[in-house]
Structures are given as structure tokens and as C-alpha cells.
Design a protein around this ligand. Sequence first.
Ligand SMILES: [Zn+2]
Length: 386
Amino acid sequence: MLPGSGARTRFLQHPPLGTETIVQRVVLAEDDSSRRTLFAITHHPRLGFRRFLPHAVTRGEESMNRKALDELKQQIPLLDYLKAQEWRPARALSGGRWMGLCPLHTDHKPSFLVDPHKSLFYCYGCGRGGDVIRFAELYHQVNFPQALTLLREWCGLAPLLHAVVEFYRLQLHRRNEAVVYLDQRGIHSGEVIEHMRIGYAACGGLRSWLTQLGYPASILRSAGLVTEAGYDSYIRRIVFPLESNLYGRSIRSATPPHRFLPGSKGGLYLWEQARRYSEVILVEGLFDYAVVWQAGFRNVTCSLGNHLNARQFQQLCDGPRTVYLAFDSDTNGSGQSAAQSMARRLCAQGVSARRVPLPDGHDPNSFFVQGGDAPQFQRLLEATRP
Ligand SMILES: [Zn+2]
């Protein structure tokens, strides 16, 4: 059974005469969401789509509120969600369907089939398939209720974060302290500020702005943008948008330097751009990323810390490539030992990994800030060791 209310199911089993004409007319007249609804409710499971049977339906059928599930799925078209996770179609098939690399296993040739009209996927490589909820379960490695929570959050968070990022970007150029800080950290070019959509959280103002836009305080608190006491969470921080989070770097030494919103840091930073290259430079921090990119190395990505989450690791392994690990060369050696163990794990997956020998006590950011230039960094890349 596909999800749908009893009334819709009965309608399908006994279609009145002329139904198709009505459906066609409505599809032409209505917007995308109505079109999706229609495709969902007019699809019949006996039409050879059995392997696509949404996982959500086979589990907890009695206990779950079907209507709420249907609504959530209609709010989140599978293709939109996949694209937000940086999945890209590789080739078009008939019927508006797409094939691409499977985000659920290490895939070298496209074996992941997506039907945007039915909002279903199936992978010919790992044999898994289902709807957007099943995808979220597999992709984030969470259980069914956790996947629902993630999807609900994603649904509400995307437009909110967009508004937040635009607000902070405007503040950046109005605040001298922000520009001075970026300059100290070696970020001088407008191009990199634009590319990374860097913003600045000054001394408040976000909450009242978002309230004017109509966001209730409860949403702002649960998103972590506003504290329980009602103040902006990000104060005097350089802010970098991530795929579904925000990284804020304090410009003051008295406060904890790093801040994220609750939830995952997500995948590798701007991975879709870096993954095109057969050689990829992996750095720990966004200030490292900024100076390396600014120096002209476009094949760079960032893991936001020297520990990669499962998804980031899988991204690095999603095709044949060489990864240059440019981790901090801390005096206590933690960056280098992290790089060493990661190089071993990558090699075990058939990915060639090389460690970049930064001078002692340096990370890529301090290397460039203290006068290093692109040819010198290039020489370090060439001096890498496995
Ligand atoms: Zn697969």
C-alpha cells in the first residue's frame, strides 16, 4: 500500500470515468505541490514499482499518523532534499527520472535512480530504495522517528537560515571590527567573502529582524539562534553558512571561539565544487579554507575539525582521487596524528592520501597570514608524504 487516506485509496480502486482528463487539467492548472500530490495519489503499487515501496509504510503502520506523514512527504520533494544534500543527477532517463551516484554507498558509476514525480529512489548498487523518509534514515544513519525530526527541522530551517545569512552578510560591511578581524586572518578579497557568503553577527539585532519577518520566538529558540533568555546567540562572531548550520567564530578572545547551531555540522564544506577535482586539499577550518581558496587553489574543502563524520568520510571516498591532508601542525601533534590515521582509513578505501608537511606550529591559515604564498604552498603539496 502506498500512503494515502482511505478516501484516496478507494478513489484509485474505482476510478470514475473521465478521471484522467480531470487529473490532466488539474496538473496543468496547479502549482508543483499539487502536481506532486496528484502523482502520489494516482500511483498504484501494482504498476511494477514494488521495490520502491516506501519503507515508512511497512513500519509502525498502525501507530503513525498517516496524514501527518503524507503531509511531510509532500512538503519535501525527494529531489529537492537530495539536491540539498549535494546529490547531483548524472543523466536523464525517460519519464523525468534521473540516475546519479548513490549517496548511500561508495558508488563509481551512477546506480541511484530517482523518480521525482513519485518522490522515490532505488539504488541498483546497494539494493536500497524508498521515499524521502527512508532516504533520511539511511543517509543520516538514524531511526525512523529521528529521521522524521530531521526532516521536519530541515523543512522549517532552510528559509529561516537563508534570512539569517542575508542579515549577517549585510552587517559585515557595516562593521569595521569585522573587516579588521578578517584582515588579521588573511582574508582580503571580496571574491572569497562572496564565495563563502561570510557575514558578521554584531551586537544583536537578529532577533528583532526575524520577528519583523514574522518568525515566532519559539522557532528562533529551537533553531538555536536566540538564547533561552531571548538574546541573539551569535554576538561579535564572523559567521559562515554551512549546508544546514552556521559556524560562528568569535572575534574576541574572552568567549569560546567556535559556535554552531544545534545539529550536525553536515558534510564537507562546498563539496560539490571540490569533488570535481582528482586532487583535493582537505583542511580543518574555514579560515584555512578561505586563504587556500583565495590563493587560487579551488580544489579545497574543509571538514570543520580534524574528525570526519561518516558522511564526510564517505564523500571523500565517492570517487577515485588523491586527498592532500593539510591539517594543523600543532605542537602537541594531534592534527598530524589525526591526519595519519585518516590517511590509513582512506587508503583502506582505495583513496590515495598524502599529508602536507606544514611548518611546525602552523595551519594553512597561519602559513598564509605569516607571508606564505601560492608557489610556496604548492611546493608543500609537492613535498607531501603518504
Ligand atoms: Zn547505493
